[in-house]
Each structure stands twice: as structure tokens, then as C-alpha cells.
Design a protein around this ligand. Structure first.
Ligand SMILES: Nc1ncnc2c1ncn2[C@@H]1O[C@H](COP(=O)(O)OP(=O)(O)OP(=O)(O)O)[C@@H](O)[C@H]1O
Ligand SMILES: [Mg+2]
Length: 293
């Protein structure tokens, strides 16, 4: 399947039998869907998690708006999953240079492993080259080395990586930027088993959460989207009790505001490993339990 889907060079249109039609549940295309499926064939576009073989669970974490805590949730979720699945959990930074480098002590000056290493990885035996075996037990794919390389992280590259990693690892956690901007969050969402949209009890975040939901709906991903309220209880924030009834989203986790989070982040620590009694750690554990259930 991989051979068909990803080629080193795209030499234009190929014979009909060469196309891979990604369609949840498989089966023949219905006549009334012909124009849609023609479009999908053109791009070989996976349309659901079932389109990728493999046992791994892909969890895409995005913020409703920048700064909501997507990286914090992604890193700590991967950290908790890695406790019981060391070296079986991949944390992939899809947010450009990304904060994963800062959080995990992998600044570009010290760690050259990066997502573009995957451009010429085509099979399991090469994958170790593109994965950083972090002391936490997480297998990290840090972001690009320089900002101006971000455009090289294409949907095709992301889908190739996810196809390979889903066959080789148990959990693939994606630190995504907010969807809808010029980035790959949409493509990750198409194939993610679970999409976590992190938002804050903050008016702008909640307004963008509605827009995010609409976008996910248009992508056909709405059934896999779950919202995570982060920084609950932050002074001045909207109270959780005032939120839930009006949002129209499934809130799967509530993570408290905790100064310990920023402290750990600034020390390049993973708080769920460094402070097991922190309220944030306990709430993250409950969220991680939902992911493994
Ligand atoms: N529950 C929390 N309690 C306290 N501070 C938090 C909490 N969650 C995140 N923060 C802080 O909020 C800031 C933003 O968090 P983070 O970088 O994870 O957000 P993001 O959505 O990934 O942002 P970006 O859009 O820049 O990628 C960081 O300084 C982080 O330490
Ligand atoms: Mg981030």
C-alpha cells in the first residue's frame, strides 16, 4: 500500500489501477458520488482513520487559538502514555519549529533530528533516523530546524509519516497548530482517531472554538472531536459551570490552571513526570485514561 501511495517523484497522472482510493469501510463508489471520488482519487486523499492500516492510535491535539495549551497537553499526554508504553509513543511536532523542542530540551542547536528527516524515509528500517528517543520514554519528532523550512512539511509528508508510524507504534500524539490557518492540522485531523481541541475559559478562545468546530464539521471529522478545557479556574476566566451548556461541544477533560505547569515548562520538565501530585497532573491522568479506554 505504501508503495502505491507514496512515490519519490510524482510523474503526473497514472493509470486508473495505480490510484489508491481511500474510503472508509472500502467498497465500490456509488454513482452519485462519482465526482467526489474522482476528486479524492486525484489527490489520493485519506478520508478517515480507517484509510490507514496499522494498530496505532493517532491523537491530534490542536488549540482553538494560539496559546490555549495544545503543546502542553500533547507533551504531557505523550508523557503519561509513555510511562506504560515506553518507546511505543511518538510525539510529532506539526507546529513548524514548534515548542516541543523547548519543552523537551531539544533546541535546534542541540538536536538536529527533525520532521524533514522523514522526506527520504520510506520504511520501518529507516524510521529510527527520524525519531529522537527521549529520556521520558517518548519517541519525539521535533519540528523543522529553521522557520523557513515549514513549507516543506507537506500533507503528503505528514500522511506518509502517519502511515508508517501507525503500523509501528501504539500511540502517535500530534502537536498541531490551530486548524484552518495555512498548516497541516486539517490533514492530520482527517486520519486522527481522536482530535482534542484545547480551549481556555477566555472569550476569544471560545469564539474560535465555535469556528474550529464548524471547520471540523466541514472536514467530516466532527464525531472524533473532543474539547479539553485548559487553565480552568484562571483568575478572570469564564467559570466552567457557565460554559458547558452553551458550547455545543463534547468536553472530555477539564485541566486546571496551575502555576506548576508554566514552571515545569520553563524548566524543560514534563509536569506529569516531575510533579505527580499537582492538580494538573491528576486531571491529565484522567484524560490519558480516556484515551486508552
Ligand atoms: N493548565 C495550565 N496552567 C498554567 N499555565 C498553563 C497551563 N497550560 C498552559 N499553560 C501555559 O500557557 C502557555 C501556552 O501554552 P502552550 O504553549 O502549551 O500553548 P499552545 O496552544 O501550544 O500555544 P502555541 O499556539 O504558541 O503553540 C505556556 O506558557 C504554558 O506554560
Ligand atoms: Mg504549541
Amino acid at each position: 500500500m505504501l508503495k502505491k501511495f507514496f512515490r519519490k517523484k510524482d510523474n503526473g497522472p497514472r493509470p486508473e489501477e495505480d490510484f489508491v482510493l481511500w474510503k472508509a469501510g472500502g467498497g465500490e463508489a456509488q454513482p452519485e458520488e462519482e465526482s467526489k471520488t474522482e476528486a479524492l482519487k486525484m489527490f489520493n486523499l485519506p478520508v478517515s482513520p480507517k484509510a490507514l492500516a496499522g494498530h496505532g492510535k493517532i491523537i491530534a491535539v490542536q488549540g482553538a487559538v494560539g496559546g490555549d495549551g495544545a503543546t502542553t497537553v500533547a507533551v504531557n499526554l505523550a508523557g503519561l502514555l509513555a510511562l506504560s508504553n515506553p518507546e511505543r509513543v511518538v510525539l510529532m511536532d506539526l507546529d513548524g519549529y514548534g515548542a516541543v523542542r523547548s519543552r523537551m530540551g531539544l533546541p535546534a542547536g542541540e538536536c538536529l533530528v527533525n520532521i524533514l528527516d522523514w522526506e527520504d524515509i520510506y520504511g520501518p528500517k529507516d524510521m529510527a533516523r527520524g525519531l529522537l528517543n527521549h529520556s521520558s520514554g517518548i519517541m519525539a519528532v521535533p519540528g523543522v530546524i529553521h522557520y523557513d523550512q515549514v513549507e516543506k512539511v507537506t500533507p503528503a509528508l505528514v500522511l506518509k509519516m502517519l502511515t508508517l508510524l501507525k503500523e509501528s507504534h501504539d500511540y502517535i500524539v500530534l502537536d498541531c497548530p490551530p486548524a484552518g490557518i495555512n498548516n497541516n492540522t486539517w490533514v492530520a485531523s482527517l486520519v486522527a482517531d481522536i482530535i482534542l481541541t484545547v480551549f481556555r475559559p477566555d472569550r476569544a478562545s471560545i469564539d474560535l472554538l465555535q469556528e474550529n468546530n464548524g471547520f471540523m464539521h466541514r472536514l467530516g471529522c466532527q464525531d472524533r472531536v473532543n474539547a479539553v478545557l485548559n487553565q480552568a479556574g484562571i483568575p478572570g476566566g469564564i467559570r466552567p459551570g457557565d460554559l458547558e451548556s452553551r458550547l455545543g461541544v463534547n468536553i472530555i477533560g477539564i485541566l486546571p490552571y496551575s502555576p506548576g505547569v508554566a514552571e515545569a515548562n520553563n524548566r524543560r520538565q514534563i509536569i506529569v513526570h516531575a510533579r505527580q501530585r499537582d492538580d494538573f497532573t491528576r486531571a491529565m491522568q484522567a484524560l490519558a485514561d480516556r484515551m486508552t479506554a
